[in-house]
Ligand binder design. Structure first.
Ligand SMILES: CC(C)(COP(=O)(O)OP(=O)(O)OC[C@H]1O[C@@H](n2cnc3c(N)ncnc32)[C@H](O)[C@@H]1OP(=O)(O)O)[C@@H](O)C(=O)NCCC(=O)NCCS
Length: 217
């Protein structure tokens, strides 16, 4: 096959088919109550309660992301994602209370977020029937990068601009612009570079402005 036809078939398979099936899928999840921002389309994903999921504008999701709301029926959404969030293949959000993910977050493939534990205080009661489990929401702030196959546990907050190394298990919260890794995760170092905050682009014609310490807060 000459390269023109090979390229045409590749483009059709890679883009044409995906546009159609992803658009249909996105409309389907929207009809089931999922909040889906402009420019966000969905590949094959799984969700127990679609109305518990809110995705911002221009998010990119890879296949087999699992939004598992594990609580009793209640009004949502409890799984909230900002704009321009990337979620890699096979991530699982196993949530009873809630998770909030800020804008521009990058979540690599295979990550898991679990905001609850089973109780285990009594040896006489089967594990699945214990009632004293701890539940606490997870917060991922803006511009965070979470490396592949990371596990984030109950009550963890990852502050703005932080990085989590691949394969980590996060049991404690991470400070802004810090890099954490390991099992359990510990602080490895701070991100290099000056302390500046990401700002929206200045309006056309505006004077350039020098960063001040207040910008970092
Ligand atoms: C976190 C990361 C970005 C750090 O990269 P780096 O700045 O080049 O860091 P270095 O390789 O210099 O390592 C710095 C320290 O962190 C440790 N470290 C790095 N990655 C680690 C990991 N995944 N788990 C535990 N410790 C890790 C190193 O052993 C080193 O420790 P030392 O100073 O005691 O020797 C990188 O290691 C990583 O995990 N990237 C994620 C990749 C990924 O998941 N991509 C998915 C596609 S988006």
């Amino acid at each position: 096959m000459n390269s023109f036809f090979a390229r045409a078939i590749f483009r059709l398979r890679a883009h044409g088919r995906l546009y159609v099936t992803d658009a249909l899928r996105t409309a389907w999840w929207g009809a089931l109550g999922m909040h889906i921002g402009r420019g966000t389309t969905l590949p094959r994903i799984h969700a127990t309660w679609p109305h518990q999921v809110s995705l911002g504008h221009n998010c990119t999701l890879e296949h087999d992301v699992y939004f598992k709301f594990d609580g009793i029926y209640q009004l949502g959404p409890s799984l909230r994602f900002g704009d321009t969030v990337f979620i890699g293949a096979g991530c699982e959000f196993n949530i009873r209370v809630g998770i909030r993910v800020g804008s521009n977050a990058l979540i690599a493939s295979g990550c898991r977020f679990v905001d609850h534990d089973h109780g285990f205080s009594s040896r006489a009661i089967p594990m699945g029937q214990q009632t004293d489990g701890i539940e606490s929401p997870i917060v991922i702030e803006d511009d965070v990068w979470i490396g592949a196959n990371t596990v984030v546990l109950k009550g963890v907050t990852i502050r703005r601009g932080a990085v989590v190394a691949a394969g980590s298990v996060l049991t404690r919260s991470v400070g802004a612009y810090e890099i954490w890794g390991g099992v359990p995760a510990r602080k490895l170092k701070d991100r290099p570079g000056a302390v500046t905050a990401i700002r929206a682009p200045a309006p056309a014609g505006a004077e350039p402005r020098t960063a001040t310490p207040a910008d970092a807060r």
